[in-house]
Write a protein that binds this ligand. Sequence first.
Ligand code: GLN
Length: 386
Amino acid sequence: MSNRTARRTHSFTESLIRDMTRVARAHGAVNLAQGFPDFPAPQLLKDAACRAIQDDVNQYAVTWGTPSLRAALARKYREWYGMDVDEDREITVSCGATEAMAAVMLALVDPGDEVIVLEPFYENYGPDAVLCGARPVYLTLTPPEFRLDPERLRSLVTKRTRAIVLNTPNNPTGRVFGQEEMEAVADVCREHDVLAVTDEIYEHILYEGSHVPLATFPGMRDRTVVVSGLSKTFSVTGWRIGTIVAPPVLTSAIRKVHDFLTVGAPAPLQEACAAGLDGLGPDYYEGMTRAYAERRDVLHAGLAETGFECAKPEGAYYILAGFSSHSALDDVAFSRWMAKECGVAPVPGSCFFGRPEDGRDLVRFAFCKRTATLERAVERLRAFFG
Ligand code: GLN
């Protein structure tokens, strides 16, 4: 049989992030590559999931999300952000924020459209754009501040610009974009009739101040699609519960794509996430932030002390680090070498850039791990690079 594959698959590779998890396993390395916790999920969620399964909530949920979860999400958006969200017409539950981003792009972006993506960017946005035939246009932010320059953003807008993707708190830079930067995005969206697609999956993981959704900026609610999910908030990345909030016209299109891609997210786990949103209060969220701040400090100190060049993240749970004082290898070779020889696995920086060479001196470390795991990693870094 001939070995023909569709052209749309030819311009991107498999995920380097998930590849490094396999490399870490093969070498018994501490996996600071793919961002998933190694500590338990909240007991309340686990009990609610088991109960739902025992109660035989085991068939398809409503395709766009089980009523209890959509109601809990509408409450969340009202209580946290003062947003009025109609759970019947404006919320879609997807299989993780990953499916959410793909479904949103497929529903709202036409072939030939341009999508502005802040670079470095979470790996998935490139393939998401390619899969819908769009062209990603990168707004490159430069280290160490990674600030968004409004003039440069404006200079990238053309007649074909359909959407701007904004991820804050940001993976991989750790930035939490400030009021002025957010306003610049909002201004461009309003002036040029462009959509904002915001990835807010780390909305509850930030170390100073609070998260402000772009959708709450004047005139933005009608032109913003808010993507998030419970993976990071409740440490259940394997449950695949993502969420999308968008105005009704956009939601109708997104729901159609979602329905034919996956039908729906796991029914019992949606019930459990609803129980988590309803049952976990300020103590849970404060405790989570405190624990992440401690983990961040352990890893940041360890990396800085062993010669990696890195800033302390303002949010999310990653540290992007320069390794040029250690090696002239490229980022992929260096990551594999580190996993094998040092026993700590990072993610190659090139997967966060449109041109791989722009990330060749960078690696990303995730610190969503027990403090003991991070201390073990730091001991290995000291023994190897110290
Ligand atoms: N967001 C996580 C990361 O950047 C992983 C997400 C995934 O693999 N789906 O590592």
